[in-house]
Design a protein around this ligand. Structure first.
Ligand SMILES: Cc1cc2nc3c(=O)[nH]c(=O)nc-3n(C[C@H](O)[C@H](O)[C@H](O)COP(=O)(O)O)c2cc1C
Length: 463
């Protein structure tokens, strides 16, 4: 049987996320991001469309690279202002039963002890529907705001992340036994003292000497997402990630990247299919091809290519505003997102070319067509590259998600490539067709599960 395509809606707790400038479109509602209704309506809509999850990006810091100022980010609202993603979940979980929540949080600025409690709390309240997108940050503006002179060096951020994950596994997996809580009214025993263990972690980055504050949640460790694709990022993903998010530009490069992710999992002692790979994609669909083209043209009139390039400047750490329109852009591998910078290395880029690439305000692959065309292109992308699914960006919101659900989902279902009902269970069980909500046995985090004996130190593999 052909594989079902997995699908997350890609969003952020802000106005301008990926396809910049579209907040100026008269039908766009993204300026309502500050209201609960905006999010509860979206969650209901996505569950109606059987989306696996709502993936919420986040950024700590501001995009002050382009022109070395915040003028464009503030005027165009490029991920600024931006509210906290985790605080949205309870409300959305209350109005849905199945939708998963992929939540981005930057570990560099979060104490693992407190963050573990927030994750467990949300996993309880959502009945096992949360995932964590592990990011380490790439902005010096964030480091300065948090009291550092600059952010830690690229590979060292991943070393820190490795240790952070170890601490989380110890807290989430190892501090409480499955049967620690008995809630026995007669005996007056809520939790059995011998089934709750203190975590003692003393490493290069973190010292934790304490008990996890929460009783075991349905998944314990939330589903782990990650997005780095540099060599060090891939080694990290191979060890920890259950879902990897990539941004591809063409099928050949995407196939290579998908293969690298799976090889990294195998190098870490896991199976190639232990990781689901998602690619960001933009879809503009209408009942006929002509109408879809017209809609695309209409959106383009509201989009801001300059805002897209200003966003990309922050991703690469390169100030494109300092270049003339046709001046070749000097490739420089900096301390930001290496995979973003690599794109510039591969070709002769100028600011004019970047502006053309960002015509819709973003640089994700954009499919424009009628429902059959879009469904077939999505299937071809999945089959030709080995991708498991997509993170669907928004254009005019919620219109673009509504159009997708009304027009594309039935076409994918007709072709047997999309579920017709949710599976039972937690987010992990749904995504992996698993019968168990916890990390699988070949995942390094499972080595930290509570045992009657001292917890193992758990060596990580470095590819
Ligand atoms: C598709 C994609 C989405 C990302 N989303 C976020 C995000 O929401 N927040 C964030 O701080 N970093 C985000 N990142 C940055 C990554 O988490 C990571 O820091 C970055 O890719 C650096 O990794 P690399 O140099 O190993 O590629 C994203 C990266 C990619 C490729």
């Amino acid at each position: 049987m052909a594989r079902h395509i997995l699908l997350n809606a890609f969003n952020m707790n802000c106005v301008g996320h990926i396809n910049h400038g579209l907040w100026t479109h008269p039908r766009d509602t993204s300026t309502q991001y500050k209201t609960l209704e905006y999010w509860t309506d979206l969650a209901r809509l996505l569950e109606r469309g059987l989306f696996d999850g709502l993936f919420i990006a986040d950024i700590v810091g501001t995009y002050d690279v382009y022109g070395q100022s915040l003028d464009v980010p503030l005027k165009e609202s490029i991920q600024l202002p931006v509210n906290d993603p985790l605080l949205l979940v309870s409300a959305m979980a209350a109005v849905t039963r199945h939708l998963g929540f992929g939540l981005t949080a930057n570990l560099t600025y979060e104490s693992p002890y407190l963050f573990a409690r927030r994750l467990s709390t949300l996993d309880h309240l959502s009945n096992g529907r949360v995932g964590w997108n592990i990011v380490t940050g790439y902005l010096d503006s964030a480091a300065r705001a948090m009291g550092l002179s600059q952010q830690p060096e690229h590979d060292r951020r991943y070393d820190q992340a490795d240790e952070y994950l170890q601490v989380l596994y110890k807290l989430l997996e190892g501090s409480w036994a499955d049967d620690a809580v008995v809630a026995d009214r007669q005996q007056r025993v809520y939790a059995q003292p011998d089934k709750v263990r203190k975590v003692q972690h003393h490493g290069a980055f973190y010292d934790v000497d304490g008990y996890h504050l929460c009783e075991p949640s349905p998944q314990r460790t939330p589903v782990l997402f990650q997005a780095g694709s540099s060599p060090r990022g891939l080694a990290f993903a191979g060890n920890h990630a259950e879902c990897v998010f990539i941004s591809g530009q063409d099928k050949a490069a995407t196939r290579t990247q998908v293969d690298k992710v799976r090889a990294a999992a195998v190098a870490a002692g896991r199976t190639a299919n232990a990781v689901k790979v998602f690619m960001g994609i933009t879809v503009i669909v209408a009942p006929t091809e002509q109408q879809a083209q017209a809609r695309h043209a209409e959106y383009l009139r509201h989009a801001s290519a300059e805002a897209g390039v200003a966003h990309f400047a922050a991703s690469t750490g390169i100030d494109f505003a300092a270049y003339g329109l046709d001046e070749p852009i000097a490739f420089r591998q900096g301390n930001a997102i290496q995979s973003a910078t690599r794109q510039l290395q591969s070709d002769a880029w100028t600011r004019r070319r970047l502006l053309q690439q960002h015509a819709l305000g973003g640089r994700y692959v954009t499919l424009v067509g009628d429902p059959q065309q879009v469904a077939e292109q999505l299937i071809a992308w999945a089959d030709d590259t080995g991708l498991d699914g997509f993170n669907l960006t928004r254009t005019v919101t919620p219109e673009s998600f509504e159009d997708f659900i009304e027009l594309v989902v039935p076409q994918l279902q007709k072709r047997g490539r999309y579920k017709t009902a949710y599976a039972a269970g937690t987010l992990r069980e749904k995504l992996f067709d698993a019968s168990h909500p916890h990390l699988p046995a070949d995942h390094p985090g499972s080595a930290y599960r509570f045992t009657p004996y001292p917890a193992p130190t758990g060596a990580l593999h470095h590819a």
